[in-house]
Design a protein around this ligand. Sequence first.
Ligand SMILES: NC(=O)c1ccc[n+]([C@@H]2O[C@H](COP(=O)([O-])OP(=O)(O)OC[C@H]3O[C@@H](n4cnc5c(N)ncnc54)[C@H](O)[C@@H]3O)[C@@H](O)[C@H]2O)c1
Length: 365
Amino acid sequence: MSSHPQATPLGSPRPLGVGILGAGPVTQAIHLPSLARLRNILEVRHIMDVDSAVAESVAARVGANYSTSMDALLGDPDVDIVAICSPHQFHADQVIAACRAGKKAVLCEKPFAMSGEEAARISAVSEETSVPIIVGAMHTFDPGWLAAEANWGDLSENVHTIRSSIVLPPNARFEDFATEIITRPAGGTPDYSDVEVIKNALRGGIMGLAIHDLPLVRRFTPDFEDLEVLQARHVRPFGYVISLRSGNRIIELRAAMNKTWKPEWVFEAISDDAALRVDFTPSYVQAGSAVATITRGTTSTTYGPYEHNGYEGEWRELAQLALRTKQPPSAESLINDLTFAIAIADATVDVAAAEHANSHAGARS
Ligand SMILES: NC(=O)c1ccc[n+]([C@@H]2O[C@H](COP(=O)([O-])OP(=O)(O)OC[C@H]3O[C@@H](n4cnc5c(N)ncnc54)[C@H](O)[C@@H]3O)[C@@H](O)[C@H]2O)c1
């Protein structure tokens, strides 16, 4: 397994070592380009993938060691920070193993986990080991969003409408802009008359795409016990239209993936006398931060664009956490974000399944 030089410029501290579990499109097109801009503080030292050809080839791009075993990466003393970029079903166990290995900080790609049971296991290990964990919900690290959060005042208490609207071309187009992808699964044509297909598509849409913005939504609905789905529709080939109510707050989640030439990713929060609009750059795109506008009466203030985006923000934060120069986010808050997403996914799937059954019963009668 190839080794790489560890030299650093004379007098400067050695960069923190990064190890990545899973070297698919997200590692190739998102994290490696972000890390390439942060070479003075972070250095990729170990790439692990269950596919050895992928591990070897991606590691060679950055001069890192490679392996096909999680234990080899976690046992590598040159790795200080672990990023978990494997498929979602492995996240919980890998986060737990990285914490138990005593690493300095852990980044887990979204979704953090897929069930309340997994969330509880992560929570217990996080408390036991005190290893800082962040979840790759990149919008929460975007300087445009952070500037809005510092300036929205009482909007979070008085908000009545919260919207996340996403119009994107398929991920593959962005992946191809960013790098030459060497892994991509083949697709198929789904059978939309099968309720399980609809349920899986909606759950996938929420846990895979809406989940980027659900932590933002939760900033405006910290208490979500009374969450109710008013409407839930799958949009073909990939998208959703979901309306929810939590107390007196209406939450609208919309997404459509198509061949659009003009991607749009907007988050809005509106009260009687103030409105926030955040225009994010699409996933995979490394083109600076979101632009946020807060309007009160006739006065609008715009924040951004700033130089870096949320992906780079995640890595900057990880470096600070590993050096203990910043307080980690509470594991409880990450778990509440996950519980919120799972609650929305469960309730949405139930409503969509009931509508599907009704429409089929109607068609038969
Ligand atoms: N933040 C974002 O913008 C964003 C965008 C898309 C996807 N994601 C998330 O990033 C993660 C990776 O996405 P992707 O599109 O690269 O996924 P992918 O499934 O295409 O690739 C993942 C890689 O992990 C490898 N792998 C499989 N099992 C593994 C295991 N047990 N341990 C280590 N590696 C394993 C695969 O061989 C593959 O190379 C997913 O959790 C996804 O939800 C994040």
